[in-house]
Design a protein. Sequence first.
Lengths: 234, 225
Amino acid sequence: MTQGGEDVKLLGAWASPFVIRIRIALNLKGVDYEFLEEVFGVKSELLLESNPVYKKIPVLIHDGKPVCESMIIVQYIDEVWATKGPAILSADPYDRALHRFWAYYVDDKWFPSVSAISRAQTEEAKAEAVEQVFAGLKLLEEAFQKCGKGKGFFGGDTIGYVDIALGCFLAWLKATEKMTGIKFFDEAKTPLLAQWVERFCADVAVRGVMPETDKMVEFAKMLQTKFKAAASAK
Amino acid sequence: MEVKLFGAWPSPFVCRVEWALKIKGIKYEYIEEDLYNKSSSLLKYSPINKQVPVLLHDGRPIIESMVIIEYIDDTWKQNPILPTDPYRRAMARFWAQYVEDKFYESVKRAFFTEGEEQKVAVELAVEALKPLDQELKGKKFFGGEEIGFVDLVAGWIAHWLGVVEEVLCIKVVDPENFPSLCAWMKNFVEVPVIKENLPARDQMPGFYRMLRQSGLASCDGKQQS
């Protein structure tokens, strides 16, 4: 049992951006939780029981009841602990819709375009994938202005829904920058986002849960080796 | 308080927004879009997706059908579409997203492919129905006694899926394998606000055959270039 008498468990893994989303949200609300780290490559009984549909992390287990899917969990946290910490989603319906749209854009359009870079088979395909990512970043720079209204985060004065949706990928993105030489958040191209990246990573709710870039690079290389081995074994 | 909806008569995504507006009793102006010749207004209000539905409320656009439904529910408090309890809200969002990500995506893939690729997509779609059928056991609707968020998002299954099955000559929802889902489909289209707001069934196969043909043709075009 945690300090507040509530039982909050998070099934996750340190490297997963989707898990990082939940940790940031819980930190923003000052909610204590037990972090149950899944062993890489092995799904625990608890995970299979709590998320029988997708069998994936993160899963938040609150007083024995599981909640799945990262942005759904973030909204759940915002609603349950509405009186604690800053609001992750504004109370204004239009702002909520705007933020929900951009979070959907990150998940459905932008992050898949980033993944496409590593999947590209030719230099031409890779260049095209990179172009897509930068086109998306231009849109996100505009979104930052619209959502943040001149303040430091998409959520305004404090980290909000879109900050969490996009910011969770920063460790992966910084690792990719180091490994490929591509600079995603360029002051010259997207100055607001470039500044936002530093501000977000330095925030007290994010600092402790955002993995170090070198650790991510090591992890990414390990994954690449595993995939290559699996591919050549076929 | 001016409400406008940019839509297209065959679209299930537009329909689900209309159902939400009618459940709340909101008056709105409906603007029909030609999907093969989109208006400059639509492209202005939805520059990224360029798709219907777009809700315009006091001049401000809201896009993405599920985002629009939540906006409607947040703005107008009568006849709630989502539950008030956070856990039940999370469950409703979970199942709505599941219908979109797992079932709809497989059906869409089956619709725009042929041969082996289509066969695999149909198998995935049928597999994806199992948890949905399970979720409905002992319930009249996903929302319980009354329709709710998941029913609106899954509603296309009750009226549009039959058209897809007809156009592709396949069977996805077998009453023997999915008894709860079949019962739900029958109950859903009988709900007055739904029954009175469905596109004409006899006009749909023609539209969807044309849509499939143009989708297949554009895939061939991509391969050839």
